[in-house]
Ligand binder design. Sequence first.
Ligand code: ATP
Ligand code: MG
Length: 309
Amino acid sequence: MEPAIKLESLTKRYSFKILALRGISMEIEHGACVGFLGPNGAGKSTTIKILTGLIRPTDGKAYLNGKDILLNKKEALSDVGCVVETPDFYTYLTPVDTLTYLGKIRGVDDLDARIEEILKLVKLEDWADTRVGSFSKGMKQRLGIGQALLHDPRLIILDEPSSGLDPKGMAEVRDLILRLKKEGKTLFISSHMLSEIQQTADKVALINKGEILAYDTVDALGKKYFTVREVTVETADPVRDAQLHAVESMAMVRAVTVENGTRLLIRFEGECDECRYDLLRGLFDAGIKVTSFVPKGLALESVYMEMIK
Ligand SMILES: Nc1ncnc2c1ncn2[C@@H]1O[C@H](COP(=O)(O)OP(=O)(O)OP(=O)(O)O)[C@@H](O)[C@H]1O
Ligand SMILES: [Mg+2]
């Protein structure tokens, strides 16, 4: 079977100066939930706009369910639902009007029942007949996801679905994504927040400056790239020079920074829990009264931050 998404050496040049995509290639299999992770300006929206036929690439190919988006846009997009950047709606229409209008264009069967189902799914059932103009960003975002799901597509592409949402809104979007995942949908979701992607995605494609830096499972990425760890240690007494020296001279320690005398930031090398235990024991051996020992950040967070520098 053809992959759900296939990109071949996709390039996009907006101007002489701006080369937004530098020949990216990637395949996403059916049923996968892939996070498209990268900082601002990385090229996420550009990729998604090409995939959804909103703009043309300068070079390269993009296929959805095996169909060339450039040659056969309508067919390529027939089984795809998408939200690109923050969705805009006619402010004077209600969600029911909006979905009815879109559903008719797309030829959705049994439209009224489907709209009711969708509004429930995205938690807008109480706002079904309120004009969109008065909606918050989060509500618009949810309506955007709702319209993407209207024709029950197999492939769903979401560009920063949590942007502008408060923590509750973000949790709702996450639950929605997990639910779609359970239904067997293929999901391609962009984000600049690793923590968001990690909660839902099976695989992560890291993009920066128009290039894919890594594409693998969350676990594999962590194992492959993560060797240096960092811990924050709080101590009961200010750390003395001799103690600091003892920590610095431990084999696995790469760098130590002292803050306020009683906080140590220790970067060290090592893959395993045992390494952390060895480090902690080393601190005790140096006579440091450890009151708190917190590994800093998530494994993948450090990888991500390193890669997008
Ligand atoms: N219409 C445009 N004209 C010119 N340059 C553009 C245009 N759209 C995007 N760019 C540039 O292309 C690069 C990639 O932008 P893109 O919007 O794809 O990034 P992004 O990863 O979606 O970022 P963000 O997280 O901010 O949404 C950026 O340097 C951006 O300034
Ligand atoms: Mg974007």
